[in-house]
Design a protein around this ligand. Structure first.
Ligand code: PMP
Length: 447
């Protein structure tokens, strides 16, 4: 693998030394649960590549769990941020770029008449649910098994439950993700299977007048990158209309990856509220709560409160504007390039694994997809439509071996099977990824 611009200097401490130091002073050695077990110490990133402190170069498909849609340190974004910083950072008021960004977002996101900014996806999801409760005067929220909507207390039910504790398929138990929850914090959560309209219909027909919102990833990226079955999102939309329930799309992963207007644009279904994060600012910390005006009115008139000292921090706002401009350039040339790259990557991996007789299954909407090894006895094509079928279909330890072997080849992947691509990935990256896949899969066949 070759990359023209290498790191300026390598840290004097080794990866191992930094990890030991980190373990002493960072709880668990990391700053987020999702980095545990996968940590290497990185110190430089450019485009689709990054380097660890031992000077090892990696081609990156983690993209920091999604945000780096233009790769590491894209100059157009950094220049814009630096220009903005000449003026200031944050004011206790509003600033022109914040208004320009809100105008831009309301023009590109179909379900956005108005927006509010926060810093993380978790915060914006939390705000969306509070707003839905305030607007409807109801308290219960429907979420789907295997979906993730941030780490706040009232929504961390059944994110990745074991099948032993998950309860029956039609009426799943609400399994807490973590200890330390406030008493009763999951009491208003109803967990249902994804892609099963009958389950939603049943709950709404029995308890519709208590349900404030249905929150869903429009494509279930956090568990297997499963797309909605034809008509499913439309069905949710019409049930929400019938029972006057707020439909929330959590677009934290799909936002600006599936289309400039998000999954709602790609699937032609309009939510009442939607939440964007991760890739919207190419790696800067900003999230967006977007919604229809009549619902957002509950923020305007103070029925629901949303706040945040660092909301609309100027560098993140500038980065978001710059990232959108890059995506819009030349009639969305970069988005098309991203799709073309990812389709070729998915097709190439499929061809290699098929030729070697490996039971690999790849699915997803494109610039984010899932790859896994099917367990013995699972038919191909597998029937994967919800969280339980994901758990039953994939052999996660075999995928773990694949990830380790790819790391040794200089390709960095996320352990749970999600691949993210960026507009910075090149034909050369595609070739080297497929060559590495071929050699790794050969060792898996022979070993
Ligand atoms: N929603 C979804 C769909 C996510 O995937 C994530 C993060 N993985 C979040 C919300 C939470 O976002 P953040 O980590 O920025 O709080």
């Amino acid at each position: 693998m070759r990359f023209s611009e290498g790191p300026p200097s390598v840290s004097s401490n080794s990866n191992q030394e930094w990890l030991l130091r980190a373990e002493q002073v960072l709880a668990g050695g990391v700053s987020s649960q999702f980095r545990r077990g996968e940590a290497l110490v990185f110190h430089y990133g450019r485009g689709s590549h990054f380097w660890d402190v031992d000077g090892r170069e990696y081609l990156d498909y983690t993209l920091s769990q999604g945000p780096l849609i233009h790769g590491h340190s894209p100059m157009a974004i950094l220049d814009r941020v630096q220009q903005g910083l000449q003026h200031g950072m944050i004011y206790s008021g509003i600033h022109p770029e914040e208004v320009e960004l809100a105008e831009k977002l309301t023009s590109i996101i179909p379900g956005a008449d108005q927006v509010r900014f926060s810093c993380t996806g978790s915060e914006a999801d939390h705000a969306a649910m509070r707003l839905a409760r305030a607007y409807t005067g109801r308290s219960k929220i429907i979420k789907f098994e295997g979906h993730y909507h941030g780490w706040y207390d009232t929504i961390v039910g059944s994110i990745n439950p074991s099948l032993d504790e998950a309860g029956s398929k039609d009426q799943p138990s609400t399994v807490p993700w973590t200890g330390g929850l406030a008493t009763g914090s999951l009491d208003d959560l109803i967990v249902l299977p994804w892609n099963c309209p009958e389950a939603v219909e049943k709950v709404l027909s029995e308890h519709g007048d208590q349900i404030a919102a249905i929150i869903t990833e429009p494509c279930m990226c956090n568990s297997g990158c499963i797309e909605p079955q034809p008509g499913y999102l439309e069905h949710l939309r019409s049930l929400c209309d019938q029972y006057q329930v707020i439909l929330i799309f959590d677009e934290v992963i799909t936002g600006f990856r599936l289309a400039l207007g998000g999954a709602q644009q790609r699937y032609h279904v309009m939510p009442d509220l939607s939440v964007f994060g991760k890739a919207v600012a190419g790696g800067f910390p900003i999230s967006v709560l977007a919604g229809r005006r009549h619902v957002m009115d509950a923020l305007t008139d103070g029925r629901a409160i949303h706040a945040g000292t660092l909301n609309a921090h100027l560098p993140a706002v500038s980065a978001c504007l710059a990232s959108i401009e890059l995506l819009e350039e030349d009639d969305s040339r970069r988005i098309r390039g991203l799709e073309t790259y990812t389709k070729a990557l998915m097709k190439g991996i499929r061809e290699i694994s098929t030729a070697l007789g490996l039971p690999v299954w790849i699915q997803g909407p494109g610039p984010v997809f899932h790859m896994g090894f099917l367990r013995e006895g699972v038919q191909s094509p597998p029937s994967i439509s919800d969280y339980r079928s994901v758990v039953q279909a994939y052999d996660t330890s075999r995928y773990g071996q694949f990830v380790e072997k790819m790391k040794a080849e200089g390709i960095r992947l996320i352990g749970r099977g999600i691949w993210y691509t960026s507009t910075a990935h090149t034909q050369e990256d595609l070739n080297s990824t497929l060559a590495a896949c071929d050699s790794v899969m050969r060792t898996m066949v022979s070993g």
